[in-house]
Ligand binder design. Structure first.
Ligand code: AMP
Ligand code: MG
Length: 351
């Protein structure tokens, strides 16, 4: 069932037939709790298949490094050493942490890779019947949260957790990192045009044969299948990262209220007020971190935050008081975005 639920990643790519001798192949693999979808174009089918296999192997390798669901992953083993002094950390864990800490600092703690114990307390790391935890447990768990309680010695490649029970959860950034590495593998295999989508984290390069753009759909956060519109970016933003976050990815309902998997580490409660965010950033690692960060920052601060960042564009999806959609989109992105007729009444403004 989890795979079925994830069949519709936040951003999906619309396929068209390929004219001429250029073939487009699609490969879908369940991994990292979502689907890895590869669209690869070329005239050499064997080369395409071998490139797809190399990408799948690379993402599998990264899953074995970063997953907190796999007991033997490098990150799970590191987490088990919390409170036991300095522990050596894999170079790729450190390089992802470097980006994560940059945005933790910039967002004053809204983005925090130590939020894991809260996500667990709210039941999102287990397949249990979920209900809100009691405030005392939230307060107690908050004492184990905060990346300032991590000592990271980048020069010597080691980490020390100040408090036992702390953990690092890269769920908000590792998929983006995997997309960057997937893109690198495709380029190194001589692929001329491809799009990688790992659960709404996207990178592309080259143009689909006979078309002037890949077409990237922005999903309607209110429904599983609806669209708000499409981004037709042409060759702009090739090799960069596009990522989306939303509570509709994983949530539960309790007494008529919806609680999602992105938690504000400053309050200990799931974020409310934003329906979804889509970010375009210089790479997919940053886009992934920033889509989560802006989501946590909420409607009042997300736009200001994005304005301050260089080379970062955003779509912030909010809900108006009457339940209709309010989309705020970066000026520079507006020419590439087309509203879907099915989106219904949408207030769209640029910032
Ligand atoms: P994403 O889908 O990239 O927005 O990441 C969501 C995931 O990030 C959640 O499922 C949690 O594992 C983790 N997470 C939840 N809240 C936070 C937060 N405030 N900062 C960083 N990661 C978080
Ligand atoms: Mg993210």
């Amino acid at each position: 069932m989890p795979f079925l639920i994830r069949l519709l990643p936040l951003l999906i790519c619309l396929l068209v037939a390929c004219p001429g001798d250029i073939a487009r192949e699609q490969f879908v693999t369940p991994i990292m709790g979502t689907d890895l979808t590869l669209l690869i174009e070329g005239s050499d089918s064997a080369r395409i298949k071998s490139a797809a296999q190399a990408v799948q192997a690379e993402v599998e390798r990264l899953n074995n490094l970063f997953s907190t669901w796999i007991d033997t992953s490098a990150l799970a083993m590191l987490n088990r050493k919390a409170g036991e002094g300095w522990t050596e950390a894999a170079p790729e864990i450190l390089s992802v942490l470097r980006v994560a800490l940059e945005y933790s600092a910039a967002s004053h703690g809204a983005f925090d890779i130590t939020a894991g114990p809260l996500v667990r307390l709210w039941g999102f790391f287990a397949r249990v019947e979920r209900r809100p935890p009691n405030p005392e447990d939230i307060a107690r768990t908050l004492t184990r949260i905060g990346s300032e309680k991590l000592d990271i010695d980048f020069a010597n490649g080691r980490i020390r957790f100040d408090i036992p029970g702390m953990e690092i959860d890269l769920g908000a950034i590792a998929k983006g990192y995997a997309v960057d590495r997937a893109r690198d593998v495709l380029r190194s295999k001589g692929i001329g045009a491809a799009l990688v989508n790992l659960g709404g984290n996207i990178s592309f390069f080259g143009l689909p044969k006979g078309r002037d753009s890949w077409s990237i759909a922005v999903r309607d956060p209110r429904s599983r299948e609806g669209l708000l519109g499409t981004l037709n970016l042409g060759n702009n933003f090739a090799y960069r990262g596009i990522a989306s976050s939303g509570q509709y990815e994983r949530f539960f309902e309790y007494e008529g209220r919806r609680y999602g998997h992105i938690i504000d580490p400053r309050s200990g409660y799931p974020v409310e007020g934003i329906l979804g965010t889509t970010i375009i950033a210089p790479d997919a690692t940053r886009a992934d971190a920033l889509s989560t960060t802006t989501f946590v920052l909420g409607p009042d601060h997300a736009v200001e935050f994005v304005r301050e960042l260089e080379d970062v564009l955003a779509i912030i999806v909010l809900v108006s008081d009457d339940g209709s959609i309010h989309m705020r989109i970066s000026h520079a992105l507006r020419p590439y975005f087309e509203l879907a007729p099915e989106a219904g009444e949408v207030l769209l403004d640029s910032f």
